[in-house]
Design a protein around this ligand. Sequence first.
Ligand code: FMN
Length: 371
Amino acid sequence: MPVKIGNFTLNSRVYVPPMAGVTDLVFRSIVRQIDPGCLMSTEMVSSRALLARPESRIMDLGETEHPIGIQIFGHEPDVMAHAAQLAEKRGADFVDINMGCPVPKITKGKDGCALMKEPELAEEIIKTVKSAVSIPVTVKFRLGWDDTSRNCVSFGEMAEGAGASMVTVHGRTRQQLYSGKADWSHIALVKKALTIPVFGNGDVFSPEAAMRMLETTNCDGVAVARGSLGNPWLIPSITRYLDEGILGDAPSTLERLITAYEHASALVEYKGLRVGINESRRHMINYTKGISGAAPFRNRLTQISSKKDAAEILAELAFMSEGGTARKNFLLAVEQNDLKYGEHPGERKHDRKSGIKTPVDVVSVAPVAVP
Ligand SMILES: Cc1cc2nc3c(=O)[nH]c(=O)nc-3n(C[C@H](O)[C@H](O)[C@H](O)COP(=O)(O)O)c2cc1C
């Protein structure tokens, strides 16, 4: 069932929303390989930081990467409008405004969820951003600041009135951070009050939960964040279950381990050896979750300093869980991958053809915080 977000039509009801430190170009390309049509967004990027570094790599988009949003945060309307213009120039299909981040480092500067306490300022930001770009403007927020101020319905109405084309609502307050259970009944109230599409968000970890979320809230789509960590296959399986009612098979352990290695390898390719390997550790740990007996291997994955270390550990894990053929097939996949990228890409940067196309001369802006 298509969802209309401003002037573009989305042929999916599944959204992988922004996750700082996760939804970079590499993660998104892995999800897209297996679910090309889902909606995705970059990590949040500071509108202030963009004043100094307009070429932030957080806004790197793949050449054919659509539909895609760039999420910005901040509280100064003009600075946010400038950031939105940069996002539009970089090719985003929509610009998402973060009004839900609960991290103190963000909220103490009036950014993220702090804007739910200042709906007038939030309205001015949305209106100013809206008037600065021609792509749709969307807003992501929570139920409210705390239990005594659950203003998500009036906040959603304000966002719609100010020109937002879609909202994503995480069913927790700022005070809750990630504790307790997401309250989908309040998301339902927002959906009922608005005419623009509403994506429900919070605690969807299976296709059945996605279906329950849509049935409970009547939302237009579902946003799945933590469930996709180390499990990009969840996204197409939700899409399939919502569209056809079919529960597909889970990926084999071998497939998970090969994807873990490919993810690490692509990160090294894109971010260089030191940063790439460092960031790949947590992803590989996520991919191995749920594999019986993998705990000691996860410990070792926290220590790796090269792709070779990763390949050795994952090959042993393939052998332990599925035997010699799985180990052999894993090592074959590693060989093919290394032929594509090279074993230590950072060292031969100019000799190879990259599989990932990014603008040259970009400056990295590290995610400010992980909400
Ligand atoms: C590691 C991590 C980073 C996140 N970064 C962002 C972010 O940059 N912007 C944002 O709006 N939400 C961010 N979130 C919140 C998620 O988008 C989502 O709202 C939240 O995790 C609840 O959804 P879930 O239960 O499906 O995980 C982040 C969440 C996680 C776990």
